[in-house]
Design a protein around this ligand. Structure first.
Ligand code: TNX
Length: 537
C-alpha cells in the first residue's frame, strides 16, 4: 500500500500526461477505494492535492514542494495592476497565519524561480478568463493565467495547498492545471428579509472566494424591506428599509456603501448581481409610495413571512416611471452584466398583467446596457433575447413548469440552476436543524451535492446551463453565525458542482475532501455545520 502511494505521483504524471485524462478523477477514485467510505482514516490519507475543493481539472503531484520562509516574496507580472492586486491579496491572506513578511512586488523581471510568481501570459488563451496552471517545486511556485481572474482562482488553489494552521509552511510539489466547467458559479444572499451589514457580506465574500465562487447575487428588495438607497425615490430606503421580518429595525445601504461592497467583491473577481424583485415581493415599495398602488393607498409595512400578496400596479404609468428610476440608478452602480428583476411568486398579478409588465420592463434593462436575469417564472411571459432565467423548482415542480423552462432553453434562453430541494441554503439539513425552513424538504450535504447541473433539467442540456447558484433566503436567518451554519458546508458543494468536471463529481470522494476542509474552515473561523454525513477529522 505504502509503495503504491509512493509511486502514485509518478504514475499520475505518466497516465495523466500521456492520455490527457483528468488526473484528479483517476486519483479521487483511487483514494475513495483505498480510504474507502471508511471516513476519518480516508481523510488522513489524502494528499494536499487531493484535498483541493473544487476538484481541479488535473493534478500531477510530485517533488519535494516549496517551504515559505522569511525570504519569500510574491512577485507579479510587471505592468498589470490586476496581477499585483492578486499578489497582495494572497500575501494578506497568508501573513496573519504564517507570521511571514511576504513582501509583494509588481515586477517579476529577472528573477529566478525563488518565492512565488504570478504571471499573466498573453499566449495562454486556452486558460480562458478563469483557468490557470500552478507549478510548485523546491524553488518556489509559478502561477500562470491568461487573465487576472485566473490568477485569483489559482491563488485560491495555492492557499489550499498550504497547511491550514501550522508550519512548516510547505506547498506540496507538483502541477495543477485547471479551468472551470461553468462560467456562473453563484451564491445569493437575501438582505431584505433580514438586514445584513456590508461588513457581514464582505466576510461572506471572502469565504466564497476561497472556493472559486464568482457571482454574488444580492436580493436587495422584498415585502419586508428595501435595502439600497435610490436617490430619486428616497423613501424606499428611509421608510421602506426601516423594517424586517419579526419587526426589527431593518436598515439599508447607501449607494457609497454599496459601491464599496461591489468593488470589494470585484477585487476577488466576484461579480455582483443586484436584484430588484418586481412586480411581486414589493410591499416595502408599495408602503413607501402610495401612487404605486392601484387604489392609491399605501399599505402598512410588513414584517411577516408570507409571499405572493403584493404587486406593483401594472396598468399605471407611475409604475414604469418608478421602475425606470430604480433600474437607472442600480445600473449605474453595477459594473457587472446582469440586472436581476425577480419576477417570482407574483401571485397577486394576473397572467396577462404579468406578461404586459415584463414586456415593458425587460427593455428598460437593455436600455441601461444590462442583461435581464429573472426567476424562471419569466418563462410565463416572453423572455427577452439574451435573458437568463434562474430555475428554483424542485422534484415536485409540475412537468408543465419544467417544460416551459426547457422550451425557453430551446429558444436560446440560458439557465442558472438553483433547485430548491438541492441548493436552497435556507432548507434545514435535517430535523435537528434549528434555523431554516423545510418547504422543499430537508437538504443534507449529500443531497446538495449529488446532482449534475449539466443533466439535471429534462430538455435543458449543458450548453443551455450558464451555471449554478446557491441562494440563502433569510426569513429565519438573523446573524452571521446562522448564515454560516446554513451556508457551510453546502455552498462548497455548489462551488464544486459549478467548477469541477462532471466526471470528478463523486460523493464518496467528495465527502473525504470536504472533511479535509474542516481544519481550514476552523482556522478561518467559519462556523460551519458539522454535518453527520461527512467524516470530519
Ligand atoms: C421562495 S425562491 C421564494 C422566496 C422565499 C423562499 C424561501 C423564490 C424565487 N422565492 O421568496 O424567501 O422561497 O425558501
Amino acid at each position: 500500500m505504502r509503495l503504491l502511494r509512493a509511486l502514485r505521483p509518478l504514475a499520475a504524471l505518466l497516465v495523466c500526461g500521456a492520455l490527457a485524462v483528468s488526473c484528479t478523477e483517476a486519483r479521487s477514485a483511487d483514494s475513495a477505494k483505498s480510504g474507502g467510505p471508511a471516513g476519518v482514516a480516508g481523510v488522513a490519507a489524502l494528499s494536499a492535492h487531493e484535498r483541493i475543493v473544487p476538484a481541479p481539472a488535473s493534478t500531477a503531484p510530485g517533488g519535494p514542494g516549496y517551504t515559505l520562509g522569511p525570504g519569500t516574496a510574491v512577485r507579479a507580472t510587471a505592468g498589470s495592476a490586476g496581477a499585483k492586486r492578486v499578489a497582495e491579496l494572497l500575501a494578506e491572506a497568508w501573513r496573519p497565519v504564517t507570521g511571514l513578511p511576504l513582501p509583494v512586488s509588481g515586477s517579476d523581471a529577472g528573477t529566478g524561480r525563488d518565492g512565488l510568481r504570478l504571471r499573466l501570459d498573453g499566449n495562454a488563451g486556452a486558460f480562458g478568463e478563469e483557468g490557470y496552471r500552478l507549478e510548485v517545486d523546491e524553488d518556489g511556485a509559478v502561477l500562470t493565467a491568461h487573465r487576472p481572474a485566473g490568477l485569483f482562482r489559482g491563488a485560491q488553489t495555492l492557499r489550499q495547498l498550504l497547511p491550514p494552521a501550522r508550519g512548516p509552511w510547505t506547498l506540496a510539489g507538483g502541477t495543477v492545471t485547471d479551468t472551470p466547467r461553468f462560467g456562473y458559479r453563484g451564491a445569493m444572499l437575501d438582505v431584505a428579509r433580514h438586514f445584513f451589514t456590508v461588513e457581514q457580506v464582505k466576510k461572506y465574500v471572502d469565504q466564497l472566494a476561497l472556493y472559486k465562487i464568482n457571482t454574488l447575487h444580492l436580493h436587495l428588495t422584498d415585502d419586508q424591506g428595501w435595502r439600497i438607497a435610490v436617490a430619486s425615490r428616497p423613501r424606499l430606503a428611509s421608510y421602506g428599509g426601516a423594517s424586517e421580518v419579526g419587526g426589527g429595525p431593518g436598515g439599508h445601504w447607501t449607494q457609497e456603501q454599496y459601491r464599496d461592497l461591489v468593488a470589494y467583491a470585484g477585487e476577488r473577481y466576484i461579480e455582483v448581481v443586484p436584484e430588484i424583485d418586481v412586480p411581486g415581493h414589493t410591499n416595502a415599495a408599495l408602503a413607501s409610495y402610495a401612487e404605486l398602488n392601484c387604489n392609491g393607498i399605501a399599505p402598512a409595512r410588513y414584517t411577516g413571512v408570507k409571499v405572493g400578496f403584493s404587486s406593483l400596479c401594472v396598468p399605471k404609468e407611475e409604475t414604469y416611471a418608478f421602475v425606470d428610476d430604480v433600474l437607472r440608478e442600480i445600473a449605474a452602480l453595477t459594473p457587472g452584466r446582469y440586472l436581476h428583476i425577480g419576477g417570482d411568486e407574483a401571485h397577486s398579478t394576473s397572467r396577462t398583467d404579468y406578461r404586459a409588465f415584463m414586456d415593458r420592463v425587460q427593455p428598460m434593462v437593455a436600455d441601461r446596457g444590462k442583461t435581464v436575469l429573472a426567476w424562471h417564472q419569466l418563462t410565463g411571459a416572453q423572455p427577452a433575447p439574451g435573458a437568463v432565467v434562474q430555475y428554483w423548482g424542485h422534484d415536485r415542480t409540475t412537468a408543465a413548469e419544467k417544460a416551459a423552462v426547457a422550451d425557453a432553453a430551446r429558444a436560446g434562453t440560458k439557465v442558472v440552476l438553483s433547485p430548491a430541494d438541492r441548493i436552497y441554503l435556507d432548507m434545514k439539513y435535517d430535523r435537528g436543524t434549528v434555523i431554516g425552513t423545510a418547504w422543499a424538504g430537508y437538504v443534507p450535504v449529500r443531497r446538495a451535492y449529488e446532482w449534475d447541473p449539466g443533466a439535471y433539467l429534462p430538455g435543458v442540456p449543458e450548453e443551455s446551463v450558464l451555471g449554478v447558484e446557491a441562494p440563502l433566503w433569510t426569513e429565519t436567518v438573523t446573524n452571521g453565525r446562522e448564515l454560516e451554519q446554513l451556508a457551510f458546508p453546502r455552498v462548497i458543494g455548489a462551488a464544486e458542482l459549478g467548477w469541477s468536471k462532471a466526471a470528478a463529481l463523486d460523493w464518496d470522494a467528495y465527502r473525504l475532501r470536504l472533511a479535509a476542509q474542516g481544519p481550514r474552515l476552523d482556522a478561518l473561523g467559519v462556523r460551519y455545520f458539522r454535518a453527520p454525513d461527512v467524516p470530519w477529522e
